[in-house]
Design a protein around this ligand. Structure first.
Ligand code: SF4
Length: 344
C-alpha cells in the first residue's frame, strides 16, 4: 500500500487496521477546527463513522461551501481526486452538476484554476491547455478534464475519442451519476436498463443497457483506463495517483451516487456506492494499453438486490425484472473476469 492509500482509508481495507484508520466519534470530530487543517477528520455523508476520511496534510483544495445537493457523490469524487492530484492541477469542465455547484464567478469552491467550457469540447480544450503549457516549458501541471456522464458518454464523446486517439497528455475523469442530473434527471446512455428518469418514467423505463465507456476507451489503446468509486476511496486514490504519473491519455470512470436523481437518502450515498461495487453492478478494474485487464481488490460478491433496495429509481422493478438485472450483472462480471484471465 502506498502513502496515498494509507492516508485515505478505503471502504474495503487491505490488511489490518492501522492507528490512522481508527474511527473518531462525532464529538471528537466536532472538537477539531474546520477545513484547511492537517490530520483532522471530517465526517462525510453521514456514513455512521465508518467512512471518515482524514484530510491530507496538504492544503484542502475543495473549500467549504458549494451549490451541490446534500450527500452529492460528485462533490466527494472531486474532493477525493484533488486530494491526490494536488495544487498543480488545472480543471476543465463542461456543463453539468459540477459546473453549477462550483459557484458563480468570482466565487468558487475550488482553489485550483477551472475552465468552464462548451458541453462537447472538454477533451479538446483540455488538450489545448496541455499544449499551451508544454509550449511554455511546463511539463508538470496535471490537466484534468472533469465531466459527467452526459459530457462523456454522449455529448462529449466525439472530442474525447479524438483526443485519446491522438494520445493527448490529459487525465479525463467521468463522474458518472447515470443521467443528466443538472437539467432535471433526463436519461443518458449511462443510465442503466430499468432505471427511472424523468424521460424514462415508470410507464416507459429505459430498455437499453448502459454504454460500456471503459471498453470504448480501451479500444483506443490508451495507456491507462480504470473504473473507480467514491465508495472505495483508497482504490480511487491509488488509481488517480497512478494516472497522475503516466504520460499520454488516461481515463477514469468514477461512480458517483446522486441522491436527488436516484431517489435515495443523502446519507446513503456511500452505502449505495459500496453496494454497487460489492454486487458487481460497478466492478473495479484497470486496463493498460487497451489490452491488459486487471481486476481490482473487491469484497465478496453480494446480490444485486442490496444495491437496488435503497433507490427509488428502481422501486417499480418487478421480481422478474430484478432477476433479469441480476443475470445481466452476472454475465457482465463473467465477461470481465475472462478478459482479466486472458491478460494473464
Ligand atoms: S443532482 Fe445529483 S449529482 Fe447533481 S448536485 Fe445534486 S446530488 Fe449531486
Amino acid at each position: 500500500m502506498n502513502r496515498v492509500s494509507e492516508s485515505i482509508p478505503g471502504s474495503f481495507p487491505r490488511g489490518s487496521a492501522s492507528e490512522s484508520n481508527q474511527i473518531k466519534s462525532p464529538r471528537e470530530v466536532e472538537d477539531s477546527p474546520h477545513a484547511c487543517r492537517s490530520k483532522a477528520e471530517i465526517p462525510l455523508c453521514g456514513a455512521a463513522g465508518s467512512f471518515n476520511l482524514p484530510v491530507p496534510e496538504k492544503r484542502e483544495l475543495f473549500t467549504p461551501g458549494h451549490y451541490g445537493c446534500p450527500g452529492c457523490g460528485a462533490a466527494l469524487a472531486m474532493r477525493q481526486t484533488l486530494s491526490v492530484l494536488g495544487e498543480d492541477t488545472i480543471v476543465v469542465m463542461p456543463a453539468g452538476c459540477w459546473s453549477t455547484f462550483i459557484g458563480i464567478y468570482p466565487y468558487s469552491c475550488l482553489t485550483v484554476p477551472v475552465l468552464s467550457v462548451a458541453f462537447a469540447s472538454t477533451a479538446a480544450v483540455a488538450a489545448g491547455v496541455k499544449s499551451g503549457l508544454s509550449i511554455q516549458g511546463n511539463d508538470h501541471t496535471t490537466v484534468l478534464a472533469w465531466a459527467g456522464d452526459g459530457g462523456t458518454f454522449d455529448i462529449g464523446l466525439q472530442a474525447l475519442s479524438g483526443a485519446v486517439e491522438r494520445d493527448e497528455d490529459i487525465l479525463f475523469i467521468c463522474y458518472d451519476n447515470e443521467a443528466y442530473m443538472n437539467t432535471g434527471i433526463q436519461r443518458s446512455s449511462a443510465t442503466p436498463a430499468g432505471g427511472w428518469t424523468t424521460t424514462t418514467p415508470d410507464s416507459a423505463r429505459k430498455a437499453q443497457r448502459k454504454k460500456d465507456i471503459v471498453e470504448i476507451m480501451a479500444a483506443h489503446r490508451i495507456p491507462y483506463a480504470a473504473t473507480a468509486s467514491i465508495g472505495a476511496p483508497a482504490d480511487l486514490a491509488e488509481k488517480v495517483q497512478k494516472a497522475k504519473t503516466i504520460r499520454g491519455s488516461r481515463f477514469i470512470h468514477l461512480f458517483a451516487s446522486c441522491p436527488t436523481g436516484w431517489r435515495h437518502d443523502p446519507e446513503l450515498s456511500l452505502e449505495v456506492a459500496r453496494a454497487a461495487v460489492k454486487s458487481r453492478v460497478f466492478p473495479l478494474y484497470e486496463v493498460s494499453e487497451g489490452n491488459v485487464w486487471k481486476e481490482s481488490p473487491m469484497p465478496e460478491k453480494e446480490p444485486v438486490d442490496r444495491y437496488l433496495k435503497h433507490q427509488g429509481r428502481f422501486k417499480k422493478l418487478s421480481a422478474v425484472e430484478r432477476q433479469q438485472f441480476q443475470k445481466q450483472v452476472d454475465n457482465d462480471w463473467e465477461r470481465l473476469l475472462k478478459k482479466c484471465r486472458a491478460s494473464g
